[in-house]
Ligand binder design. Structure first.
Ligand SMILES: Cc1ncc(COP(=O)(O)O)c(C=O)c1O
Length: 391
């Protein structure tokens, strides 16, 4: 008897979590997993403590506390310019992770196809397996991580149910342009497909890059409002990845389906933290400007360190990761290089191949993350000085 299902056996351990484990084993500085090592904002923490003390401690309504859904609608109005109905077009979930899997379970039938851009955030693969989706991959090519519109068109067919978009993008830092989103949108419309957009880094993009428009939300494009599921979370914007509070926004028929799945998956997200989310989502523009400024400063610092150490860096336009080319170090592959960094230098990063289905595409890349304190980045910088380029 196979005690473990075929689906569960097909998952490999999350490479990023494995790197975090290795980092603590070897006392390495952890620049692998994308969580801040600095404190969450005091006022947001206070709002959570006050919510618990005010006894907001029982189940919230399964699809999200009314006050939090109202706050999501209000923020979506000023930030994206979209009017959404908080009672019919929002579901609150346990992080954007649950929002994505609940959405896929709600819209995919066995054999339906989803299109994923590679490199990709590692959960999308298992999400496809769990929801019985057949995955088609379309490559984002360095140095600017553009896709070939013909390749994208060729990936669409009558079985295509959805395309997953993540912008700003993990791991490349790409921010999809309006023109790129328009190409994807037109294909979705032509093939009657959905866009599932993971916009968890919506506030983290850099003004110095060639794309002054910054983050653009797929749902704001003509014809896409009703065929887009916009997925988001408190994790990155408010530096509270451990709270596990996220949400999906979509038209009422889609949200109905997602709410059903969500109810049976998790019942609901933490009630007091949703209440703290009401406070977080009401923060003024200056909060987001400061967030961007701080991450831009960290990005520029780490870029300098990495280039000095001999890495070729793809400068990120958004999110908080730097993908680098490691060919000059002369290692057989990214995994061997990563082991050297962790064991011999004491810095943990993520091997690039883990972001690709065609692993060879990432075999000379590694990803650094910089959502870390200055001291952490400086300590990593000191250790990276010992790296040697193969002459
Ligand atoms: C693109 C992307 N989506 C989702 C997540 C997970 O988000 P959450 O904490 O909201 O589940 C991450 C975390 O690194 C991510 O990079």
């Amino acid at each position: 008897m196979n005690r473990i299902s075929r689906k569960a056996s097909s998952f490999t351990e999350s490479v990023i979590r494995e790197m975090t484990r290795q980092a603590s084993l070897h006392g390495a500085i952890n620049l692998s997993q994308g969580f801040p090592d600095f404190p969450a904002p005091e006022d947001i923490k206070r709002a959570a403590i006050e919510a618990i003390q005010a006894d907001i401690n029982q189940y919230a309504i399964t699809w999200g506390a009314k006050r939090f859904r109202d706050a999501i609608a209000a923020k979506t109005r000023w930030h994206l310019g979209l009017e959404i109905d908080p009672d019919r077009e929002v579901v609150v979930t346990c992080g954007s992770t649950e929002a994505m899997i609940a959405t896929m379970l709600a819209v995919i039938d066995p054999g339906d196809e989803v299109i994923v851009f590679e490199p990709f955030y590692e959960n999308y693969g298992p999400d496809a397996i769990l929801s019985d989706a057949v995955t088609r991959y379309v490559t984002l090519y360095p140095p600017d991580w553009k896709f070939d519109p013909q390749e994208l068109r060729a990936a669409f067919n009558e079985k295509t149910k959805a395309v997953i978009i993540n912008t700003p993008h993990n791991p490349t830092g790409k921010v999809f342009t309006h023109d790129e989103l328009r190409i994807i949108a037109d294909l979705c419309i032509e093939h009657d497909a959905l866009a599932l957009t993971d916009e968890i880094y919506e506030h983290i993009w850099y003004r110095d890059q060639a794309r002054p428009s910054g983050h653009i939300s797929m749902a704001t494009l003509d014809g896409m409002r009703d065929r887009t599921v916009t997925i988001n979370s408190l994790s990155k914007t408010y530096s509270v990845t451990g709270w596990r509070v996220g949400y999906a926004i979509a038209s009422p028929d889609l949200i109905n389906g997602i709410r059903q799945v969500h109810d049976f998956l998790t019942v609901g997200a933490a009630a007091p933290l949703q209440e703290a989310g009401v406070y977080a989502l009401s923060l003024p523009l200056s909060y987001y400007e400061k967030l961007q400024h701080e991450y831009q400063r960290r990005r520029d610092y780490l870029l300098g360190v990495l280039e000095e150490a001999g890495f070729k860096c793809y400068k990120p336009e958004g999110a908080y990761y730097i993908i680098t080319d490691i060919a000059d170090f002369g290692f057989e592959n990214d995994v061997k290089f990563t082991q050297h960094l962790i064991r011999d230098l004491g810095v943990a990063v993520v091997p690039g191949s883990s972001f690709y289905r065609r692993r060879e595409l990432g075999a000379q890349q590694v990803r650094f993350c910089y959502c870390k304190r200055d001291e952490t980045l400086q300590a990593a910088a000191e250790r990276l000085q010992k790296l040697q380029i193969k002459s």
